[in-house]
Design a binder for this molecule. Structure first.
Ligand code: CU
Ligand code: CU
Length: 272
């Protein structure tokens, strides 16, 4: 069974294999398709209208399916590569090893927050941004300078304690586990990590920064942790509901997958 590990426990070779596979997908053009898909859903997901990727119950199954597809693309390059996760409650500083030049590279520099070191630095020649929300073609980060702190373990525990998956009105106003994990209410685990990294991660084209995958892998793990803590609490809504994806509805853009199909992550991978 495929095992996803904490990035802090990857060997030098595992880090290199991950980075090399990401860069290869970029050169092949597949990487940018993931950025395009993500940005399209950020643009179309609204609190009052149709919402699939964000601010809705299917935030978690949608990103789970999105990550599985990306992981399969990585494995088409190197079958040994798995998505690692970033536990930002522990590796919570701008100088954490995650940001070293043999892995994701460093913080942004100067007034334009340009990443200048590591495999995704623009001047390295491998990482020009093609799908973007402004004219800048270089990766940007502003670690910890966006006005948000990273969530703590106490924040995580408070979110995992929620007994209900989600609730009406099934958007960014909802009470429940999904919305406090996504971050529109309560302790806010997901949204503020995007803000903490800053730069491209604070935009709809956030997958331009490869840390996107490690962040969402941890969010996905927290969903799995919550499921094992609350075995009686299932995905909601489980009956047809306007504008949102209920348990057995197909999810765009794939249409061949429902939330129910991905509730059990152990069909695809496990977490270590
Ligand atoms: Cu997203
Ligand atoms: Cu996100």
């Amino acid at each position: 069974m495929a095992v996803r590990k904490n990035q802090a426990n990857l060997s030098d070779e595992e880090k290199k294999n991950f980075v090399d596979a990401v860069v290869k997908l970029k050169h092949q053009g597949q990487y940018d398709e993931f950025v395009t898909t993500h940005n399209a859903f950020i643009m179309s997901d609204t609190d009052e209208g149709e919402r699939t990727g964000h601010r809705s119950p299917s935030f978690l199954p949608w990103h789970r399916r999105f990550l599985i597809q990306f992981e399969q693309a990585l494995q088409s390059v190197n079958p040994s590569v798995m998505l690692p996760y970033w536990d930002w409650t522990v590796d919570n500083a701008a100088d954490s090893p995650l940001w070293s030049d043999d892995f994701l590279g460093g913080d942004g520099q100067g007034s334009d927050s340009r990443v200048t070191s590591g495999p995704f630095a623009f001047n390295g020649g491998s990482w020009a941004l093609n799908v973007r929300v402004d004219g800048r073609t270089f990766l940007r980060r502003a670690l910890g300078r966006g006005g948000e702190e990273l969530p703590t373990q106490a924040d995580v525990d408070s979110v995992l304690a929620a007994a209900t998956y989600d609730a009406p009105p099934w958007n960014s106003e909802s009470e429940g586990f999904r919305n406090s994990l996504e971050g529109w209410r309560g302790a806010n685990l997901h949204n503020r990590v995007h803000v903490w990294v800053g730069g491209n991660m604070a935009t709809g084209a956030s997958p331009n920064d490869p840390v996107f995958w490690l962040h969402h892998c941890f969010i996905d793990k927290l969903w799995a942790d919550w499921q094992s803590m609350h075995p009686e609490s299932g995905y909601l809504p489980d009956t047809a509901t306007p504008n949102v994806v209920s348990l057995r509805d197909p999810m765009k853009p794939w249409n061949d997958v429902t939330p129910q199909d991905v509730l059990d992550h152990t069909k695809f991978y496990t977490y270590q």
